[in-house]
Design a protein around this ligand. Structure first.
Ligand code: SAM
Length: 281
């Protein structure tokens, strides 16, 4: 059931991620835990699933002191792979907030299956209106989700609102380069119906306005190109096997759309990285 009175961008993302084609594409290509850009170190080409877990581990290493008394809110949590990683590795309690009930259903099942249902809760909600009280969480975590929001300043404000004093916001996002030519980005936006893209400069300004201090920004734009080239290759190689589960039209559009992402990354128009901010104690 969709959330009432939502803005267009929220409904577009909800319809997209709830659709059979999108759900099967992400589940099959990423492996059913994560749906985000992975980390590649140039030593061989790890599977998408393995590279994706590396990103979660790299972000988790930047957070100190997570433990059984901590609460993390994962905004746009997908299938909940990062939530289970954090709960398992640190004992933290994780609240997943996600707009897709299709993904939320699988997230809940995996939490039960992996014995983590007592640690990981799953809420149907939007990151521009978080279902959490002011100053109630230690960490707001998000991976490759804010790109779907039209009002990203509001999303950062919401994260700042729910953080306790001294709490941390850590996220990744596919972004445009600060100096990207706006007129070239439309084919990139069209692949997954994005309203626009954020940038490092935008997020720095939004975080400052929301009263957050920068802990560190790691721009890793090369990962975006490597990752989406790998996703496109997987889709092309497994096309016959996936026929019947994914429509031909969706696969055609995705292969072409991913090409625009790889091209945009190679031309230096796109960015991706880990951004880390802190609310003053
Ligand atoms: C690329 S997936 C990333 C999922 C997850 N963070 C991960 O890394 O595996 C983008 C996610 O953003 C979620 N999303 C998009 N718009 C949202 C919104 N307004 N509020 C909450 N979640 C949203 C989608 O449902 C999807 O799970």
């Amino acid at each position: 059931m969709s959330l009432p009175d939502r803005a267009d961008d929220v409904r577009v993302a909800e319809d997209y991620y709830d659709s059979d084609d999108a759900d099967r594409f992400y589940f099959e290509i990423w492996g059913g835990e994560d749906i985000h850009v992975g980390l590649y170190d140039g030593v061989g080409v790890p599977a998408i699933r393995e590279a994706s877990v590396r990103t979660v581990a790299a972000m988790a290493r930047k957070l100190r002191g997570l433990g059984p008394d901590s609460t993390v809110l994962d905004a746009g949590a997908g299938y909940g792979g990062a939530a289970r990683y954090l709960a398992r590795e640190t004992g933290a309690n994780v609240i997943c907030v996600n707009i897709s009930e299709t993904q939320n259903a699988l997230n809940r099942t995996k939490n039960e299956d992996q014995g983590l249902a007592g640690k990981v809760s799953v809420l149907h909600g939007s990151f521009d209106d978080l279902p959490a009280a002011d100053a109630s969480v230690d960490v707001v975590w998000s991976q490759d989700a804010f790109l779907h929001g039209a009002d990203r300043a509001k999303i950062i404000e919401e994260a700042a609102r729910v953080l306790k004093p001294g709490g941390e916001l850590i996220f990744t996002d596919p972004m445009q380069a600060d100096d990207a030519p706006e007129d070239k980005l439309q084919p990139v936006l069209d692949r997954i119906h994005l309203p626009s893209m954020g940038s490092v400069a935008f997020y720095r300004a939004a975080a400052t306005k929301a009263g957050l201090h920068e802990v560190g920004v790691d721009p890793l734009p090369e990962m975006l190109g490597l990752h989406y080239a790998s996703v496109r290759q997987q889709l092309e190689q497994r096309r016959e096997q996936l026929r019947g589960r994914l429509s031909d039209d969706y696969m055609d559009r995705m292969v072409a759309g991913l090409g625009h992402w790889v091209d945009g990354a190679e031309r230096g128009w796109l960015n991706w990285g880990i951004l880390h901010f802190k609310k003053p104690a």
